[in-house]
Write a protein that binds this ligand. Structure first.
Ligand SMILES: [Zn+2]
Length: 183
């Protein structure tokens, strides 16, 4: 028998929740429903009324240093905090912390550098803060262990909520929608 035309199934919709790997299936399902019914943007707008205005590397550096000086005064110095166009938000890399040792004359100079994806220039401040806090916590803890997340929550008590909301935001952008645009 030839299959009836019109009964051909369309291919499954690509999962738009790549950023929610590791979260409980019921949460992922709720988010997919919010995306499908175009309600995710409104939900996020009700929580975050505007984007931050830290658009330059200098502003970003000062912002990160203020957090470091408040919570991680004795951690190693940071030589650089910059926005980086080359950091892709896929693969969970929202920011990067690098520890480089460079020979300088007879001494070796150790440098901590923090790079933040340029895509985070246009997000609510709380979402940027979650990523900066994450990278700062790596000054002390290299691994994503219990001590690491404890440190993140010490710097920002709502760390987990804001990180989750950032993932919702990325899911929203992936679906072709936007939050506050490039404002
Ligand atoms: Zn990390």
């Amino acid at each position: 028998m030839t299959p009836a035309l019109g009964k051909v199934r369309s291919p499954p919709v690509m999962s738009r929740t790549n950023y929610l790997k590791g979260y409980a299936p019921e949460i992922v399902k709720q988010v997919e429903e919010l995306v499908a019914s175009n309600r995710l943007a409104d939900l996020l707008r009700s929580r975050y009324s505007e984007n931050h205005q830290l658009r330059t590397d200098k502003a970003l550096y000062n912002y990160a240093m203020e957090l470091k000086n408040s919570y991680l005064r004795r951690a190693g110095p940071i030589s650089k905090v910059i926005y980086d166009d080359k950091i892709s938000l896929k693969h969970h890399a929202l920011g990067l912390h690098t520890f480089v040792s460079r020979p300088q004359g007879r001494k070796t100079k150790a440098k901590n550098e923090i790079r933040i994806s340029s895509l985070l220039k246009f997000v609510p401040e709380a979402m940027l803060r979650a990523v900066v806090v994450h990278e700062l916590a790596h000054l002390r803890e290299k691994a994503h262990n219990k001590a690491f997340y404890k440190l993140c929550c010490h710097m920002e008590s709502d760390y987990h909520q804001h990180e989750f909301d950032l993932r919702l935001y990325l899911t929203l952008v992936d679906s072709g929608d936007e939050l506050h645009g490039r404002r």
